[in-house]
Design a protein around this ligand. Structure first.
Ligand code: DGP
Length: 117
């Protein structure tokens, strides 16, 4: 999609530190890492967010989630990791191309989904 920064990364217009790629998925290191390992896993086809997942495109989200375990093994995240997807303004989504943050490599700090921590 025109003017989508992640589409430009996927098609090579903008450089990225790629960690994994297959037919449907592209994964690269986040430019502002919030953990020792912080990878963004995105579908190659443009979907704006979880709110836009439908019966027609849900296989793209599934392919991203299938890639999570593979990438975690590549990155040696045997101690565990967190997967986050921000959806919409209130959640802090800044790039409107569906992406899953894969965070790990250390004990992660408390976040809202972890309750009192
Ligand atoms: P979110 O706030 O959930 O929409 O996360 C967007 C993430 O994308 C944020 O952690 C920073 C990252 N990001 C934005 N622009 C670039 C870029 O050009 N390259 C890379 N590698 N990451 C980017």
């Amino acid at each position: 999609m025109e003017n989508c920064i992640f589409c430009k990364i996927i098609n090579g217009e903008i450089p990225s530190d790629k960690v994994y790629e297959d037919e449907h998925v592209y994964a690269f290191r986040d430019i502002e890492p919030q953990a020792p390992v912080h990878i963004l896993i995105v579908p190659k086809d443009h979907v704006a967010s979880v709110a836009d997942i439908s019966a027609e495109n849900s296989h793209l989200a599934a392919k991203c989630l299938e890639a999570v375990g593979k990438i975690a093994r590549i990155e040696n995240l045997s101690g565990g990791y967190r997967v986050i997807t921000n959806t919409g303004r209130d959640a802090g989504q800044t790039v409107f191309h569906l992406h899953f943050h894969l965070l790990g490599g250390a004990e992660l700090p408390a976040m809202i989904v972890r309750g009192a921590g």
